[in-house]
Design a binder for this molecule. Structure first.
Ligand code: ATP
Ligand code: MG
Length: 450
């Protein structure tokens, strides 16, 4: 839920922090003799992985590919593969073949019992097979996979390292040489350290992604729930143009079927039909846009237009509750870089909250004002002001906390999602009292000139 690249950079910062400790500490017995060149080579290898993480906030594949590419450089080797543990076996997620041996990828799924990887799950430490061609499984031809490695892929020396998380093997990185050329202890040490750093980087990225995915799911659920609350009034909004279409259609038919058909008048009726059909279609489009579940997408957008779409959708609900919506949108508002659906979700939550707050009032005026203006300090500033009961001081601190609600049918997550969205856009969202009564919710968004 952040600017794509900034998002990646933030992820990278967190991942970097979690592995910084690893990289800067002495790296075990083998690494104590590490030369400066090797040390920098290893750092570069892990930096490449971090860089891939920063550049692919939504995809893991480039990270897998970079891990394999870097692994084959850290301990020079022609080919390599990365497999992750799944219920059915070890799934291939990235591989690099010897450029001199043109052959397709190795098997996608390897059973845990296979004779090469099996020992890793017992010892949970790296090991090498100095020459596959003298491995007993090859000599006895008891494992088709090993025969394939030697005869089709021309691999001889293999080095395998488990990816460990809480002492559980979650994957295996393998590198291989096309000649019988065993890896030295130093190379094994470097490879081992790289594998453990890559595991931390990968795991942190996966967690980060899961968390972001959960946020997207929650935001979507909240959007659907809010739209659900508006169903009756939106259905009413759609019925209006449909009824008008029927009336114009009747009128058009009458103009054409009279003894002296009035084509001009009939044309006007048809023009009204077209305009009303567009009105109904617009409402459906806006609804579909908000109901869609999609990964956050940042674009340069016209915030005023995005706000007007939301006020149009909530107009029916406002009328139903005796609320008058007024907009004050600066005509020269600069475009901002943001996710249209997410920012509309913020507006929708704030407007629906304000309408709901005012619906509990007696006969007093129910006014809702939505404003957008340029803010010299922060970029763009948007405000939603109501004349409802206002915010109780004791609720102020908990307002943006999830599951805090005073409504019978509220989930209490609207404002916490709004704040997460605005934070992710690099802005601020806060609440205060309105004068002479009611509440004001304001947020700012930075302008990103691209
Ligand atoms: N404009 C407002 N005026 C007065 N109180 C408000 C206003 N906006 C929000 N609140 C208070 O803040 C609480 C939290 O709002 P939030 O939008 O997070 O959840 P909700 O509206 O209760 O439920 P939902 O998850 O469906 O949005 C509300 O229950 C209400 O008590
Ligand atoms: Mg709400």
């Amino acid at each position: 839920m952040q600017l794509e690249h900034a998002n990646g950079m933030a992820t990278m910062d967190r991942v970097t922090a979690s592995i910084a400790h690893e990289v800067t500490q002495p790296l075990g017995a083998s690494s104590q003799e590490q030369s400066a060149d090797e040390f920098f080579e290893q750092r570069e290898a892990i930096s490449k992985v971090l860089w891939a993480i920063a550049n692919s906030p939504h995809e893991l594949q480039p990270i897998f590919d970079t891990i394999i590419d870097s692994a084959t450089r850290v301990s020079p080797s022609q080919s390599g593969s990365l497999r992750l543990c799944e219920e059915e076996g070890l799934r291939l997620v990235a591989w690099k073949g010897d450029p001199d041996v043109l052959i397709g990828p190795p098997p996608t799924l390897l059973r845990y019992e296979n004779q090469i990887y099996g020992p890793l799950f017992v010892d949970k430490s790296p090991f090498q097979i100095p020459d596959l061609a003298v491995h007993k499984a090859y000599l006895r031809r008891s494992d088709a996979y090993i025969v394939d490695l030697v005869e089709l892929r021309g691999l001889r020396t293999l080095l395998l390292a488990p990816m460990l998380k809480d002492d559980q093997v979650i994957g295996v990185i393998t590198i291989a040489r096309s000649q019988v050329q065993p890896f030295t202890d130093k190379q094994i040490g470097l490879f081992m350290d790289f594998a453990s750093q890559a595991t931390i980087a990968l795991e942190s990225t996966r967690r980060e992604r899961q968390y972001r995915q959960m946020q997207v799911e929650l935001a979507h659920a909240n959007r659907i729930a809010t739209i659900g609350q508006l169903t009756a009034s939106i259905a009413h909004e759609i019925k209006q143009p449909l009824a008008a279409i029927a009336i114009s259609g009747d009128a058009g038919l009458r103009w054409l079927s009279s003894e002296a058909p009035d084509v001009e008048k009939a044309k006007q009726s048809i023009a009204r039909i077209v305009a009303d059909a567009h009105r109904a279609a617009d409402i459906m489009d806006r609804l579909r846009g908000l109901a869609k579940k999609q990964a956050p997408q940042k674009e340069l957008l016209d915030l005023n237009a995005a706000i007007l779409e939301v006020t149009a959708l909530t107009q029916g609900e406002a009328v139903k509750n005796g609320v008058t919506i007024r907009t004050q949108l600066a005509s020269d508002l600069p475009r901002i870089h943001g996710d249209r659906v997410q920012l509309q979700q913020v507006m929708l939550n704030l407007i629906v909250n304000a309408i709901q707050a005012m619906s509990s009032l007696g006969d007093s005026q129910r006014n809702l004002e939505v404003s957008a203006e340029t803010d010299t300090q922060d970029g763009v500033s948007v405000g939603v002001r109501d004349t409802g009961p206002g915010l109780r001081p004791e609720n102020f601190s908990r307002l943006f906390e999830p599951f805090n609600t005073t409504k019978l049918d509220g989930m209490g997550i609207g404002l916490s999602i709004c704040r997460a969205i605005i934070d992710d856009h690099g802005g601020r969202l806060w609440a205060s009292g309105n004068e002479p009564r009611g509440a004001v919710f304001q947020f700012t968004l930075p302008i990103k000139v691209t």
